[in-house]
Design a protein around this ligand. Structure first.
Ligand code: ADP
Ligand code: MG
Length: 265
């Protein structure tokens, strides 16, 4: 459903600060894939998401989403098909608006309601049902300003907003990394539930190698702007951690950052 063909992206080309963030990367994502993406800092993981979202146009290559060539489509036009979460829970929501208003805005953005002037009773009930699913009691706080929520609650709400109308593809960029362990577990299990229920195609960047290998159906490892290891479902089940690290080392010509391993214990 998503075909990425030979994409490259350089920042500050022709200067001393030139960085080749993506180097001829190819990726074929199947409908319903839940892919985890691992790799060292600076490997190009977030840049890959920026390329898919259209934050910039790639220098080379093509991006095809559901048979449509979106390579040069502006970001705001792709936005309705692409849900995205970042590490920072403050990024996805408007703090001075209520939970209900944030959800209404997400609904409006996805093209499901026509005006923002009034939230209909029907929409309100729909939002309430969705909030119940988070199991955080937020359905009783629909008129609370989002700025007063905890990081975990806010990230769960952002997840709901990104999927309230299921996107074609959901991009999660270390979306639990800034949360305390308990909140991170909660948001990850909600993520799995929502992705499964909607059969959403999902790419999730994580620095936690154990989590990465246990979540979804496929894992990619990136280094130096490319995918150097692509573990499909069957292989992922049987491969040992030592073999993964060995294969990464062979493909990247270096070890996976130590902190990435240590952090994930
Ligand atoms: N907007 C930008 N301007 C300049 N350099 C960038 C920009 N975005 C990313 N980079 C550089 O591209 C490389 C890949 O970055 P990134 O995709 O953020 O890595 P990752 O998410 O894997 O840690 C890094 O060297 C980073 O400094
Ligand atoms: Mg990143």
């Amino acid at each position: 459903m998503l075909k990425i063909e030979n994409i490259s992206k350089s920042f500050n080309p022709g200067t001393v600060n030139e960085t080749k963030a993506l180097r001829g990367l190819n990726l074929n994502v199947n409908d319903g894939d839940f892919i985890t993406i691992l790799g060292s800092n600076g490997a190009g993981k977030s840049t890959l998401f920026n390329a898919i979202s259209g934050n910039f146009f790639v220098d080379e290559g093509r991006i095809i989403l559901d048979d449509q060539n979106i390579t040069f489509m502006p970001d705001y036009k792709r936005a309705k098909w692409i849900g995205r979460l970042f590490q920072d829970p403050l990024k996805g929501t408007a703090p001075h608006m209520t939970i209900e208003e944030n959800l209404a805005l997400a609904y409006l953005r996805a093209g499901q309601s026509k005006t923002f002037s009034r939230i209909s009773k029907k929409d309100e009930e729909f939002f309430c049902e969705k909030l119940k699913m988070l199991d955080m009691g937020l359905e009783d706080r629909m008129h609370t300003q989002v700025g007063t929520l905890s990081g975990g609650q806010r990230q769960a709400l952002t997840l709901l907003m990104a999927t309230i109308v299921p996107p074609k593809i959901l991009l999660l960029d270390e979306h639990t990394a800034a949360l305390d362990p308990q909140a991170a577990d909660k948001v990850l299990s909600l993520t799995k539930k929502i992705v499964e229920e909607n059969h959403t195609t999902c790419l999730m960047i994580t620095h936690n190698i154990h989590q990465g290998l246990q979540t979804g159906n496929r894992s990619l490892f990136m280094a130096d702007g490319n995918i150097i290891l692509d573990l499909q479902e069957e292989e992922r089940k049987t491969i040992t951690m030592e073999e993964v690290l060995e294969k990464f080392k062979a493909g990247a010509h270096k070890d996976l950052d130590n902190d990435r391993i240590l952090l994930s214990e």
